[in-house]
Each structure stands twice: as C-alpha cells, then as structure tokens.
Design a protein around this ligand. Sequence first.
Ligand SMILES: Cc1cc2nc3c(=O)[nH]c(=O)nc-3n(C[C@H](O)[C@H](O)[C@H](O)COP(=O)(O)O)c2cc1C
Length: 234
Amino acid sequence: MTDNLDRRRFLETAGAVAAGAAVALTGAQSANAAEGPAPAAGKVKILAFCGSHRKGKTTAAALKIALDSAKTVSDDIETELIELVDYKLDPVQPGAPFKDDFEKLAAKISDPAVGGIILGSPVYYSNMSSMIKIFVEHWGPYKKSFALSNKVAGVLAVAGARNGGQENVVQSLMQSLLGMEMICVGDGRPSAHGGATLWNQKDDISQDESGVNTAKGLGRRVAEVALRIAGKGK
Ligand SMILES: Cc1cc2nc3c(=O)[nH]c(=O)nc-3n(C[C@H](O)[C@H](O)[C@H](O)COP(=O)(O)O)c2cc1C
C-alpha cells in the first residue's frame, strides 16, 4: 500500500469490489437472491500467481500450462500469469499499512472480470514458499470484506521429488482460500485430485506426464466453474 492508501481505505475498496463483484458473480452468489443470474457479458479472467523465488522456472511453467488449458475451454476466458518475484512484498505487520507493492497486485485481483485465481508454489521443505505465504498474508482485507467470495480458486505445487510435499502445499493453501469464501476446485475428471501436483526433474516438468495433466485439469476446471458462476457456462 502507498502512504495515501491506508489499511482502512483498502478495506473500503475491497468492500466496494465485493459489491461490484455481485454483478459479475452470478450463480452461487445469487443463489439466495431473488433476481437470479445476471445476463452474461464480457470476458472472465483467470489470474495465476507464482510464488517461486526463481523467475520463469518450473512453477511458472506449470502455471502457464494450467492457464493455456483454461483458455481452451472458451474464447471468453482471459488469463494472466503474475510472478510475485517481480514485486516487493514485505512480511505483514498486523495493524500497519502495507508499504510494499501489494497495491499493484490488489488492483489486478480487484478487476471485476476476475472469476478465478490459481496459486502456484514450489515445495520448500515440504511446505509452501515464504513468498506465496507472505502474499496470502496480505489478504486480510479480503478476509474481512469477503471480496473474493465465490471467485474460483485452485492450487498448484511443484517439487523436486514425486512425493515431495506437493499435496501438503495444496491442502494448506486451500484452507486459506476456503477462509475467503472462495470456491476451491481440483483438477477434475477423470482423476479429480485436490489440485495440481508436479515433479520437477532437472528443471523440467514435461517428463512428468501425469503431473502435467493435473495442471491442465486444474486450469480447465477453474475456467469451467468460473464461467458457470459468471452465467456463461454449460
Ligand atoms: C529451499 C528449498 C527447499 C526445497 N524443499 C523441497 C522439498 O521439501 N521437497 C521436494 O521434493 N523438493 C524440494 N525442493 C525442490 C523444489 O521444490 C523444486 O526444485 C521446485 O521445482 C522449484 O520450483 P521452481 O523451479 O519454480 O524454482 C526445495 C528447493 C529449495 C530451494
């Protein structure tokens, strides 16, 4: 946050986004509303945030696979890969305004066209990276305003071993996303795993066919559900 946008103003902004999101997010959000689904309009955007400390490496490559797969679902899907390593993110001090680059990231998240968010992390010591953890710790205002309610969420993890802790990362991040009232999805049929889990072999994920398929499935599933919620899916 910049000095002139304090935490309180950010909360107000997030609240306004929540109100605006009701226009784009129709399905589940309006399930108990009398007006029913709003007419479909515009594109549905899916953002992927990469929490790798290495730019353009395997986590980013896996997220790109997921986003490319999302785009195959419909011409109405737009995607953007954001590498957190390009932004300055400080550890959050509770009660203190953000003085790092989070405002730039918040602007992307607050775009009313955003219907889905994929978080990607490398596995570091069987857990998520500190970068993705710090990023999500900035989401306190969303937790309070529920501005991300009914946005679709998916998690992807890449490790140096086949069973290096990917599922732990997926489950742990998903708990945070569920706490935002987001709709978490996995990689869908036929495997229907909890998320995308990939094995990096010498900085190459392409040899991990089943892992690559989980990334494709996750992207597809996020797109399918986001389109449905926007009133544009089948
Ligand atoms: C500090 C650190 C800790 C790691 N811990 C694990 C681990 O617990 N299990 C594992 O399988 N791989 C581990 N790895 C390997 C990375 O998860 C793997 O290389 C991953 O693909 C890195 O993502 P990147 O290519 O986006 O940087 C670790 C790597 C680093 C740098």
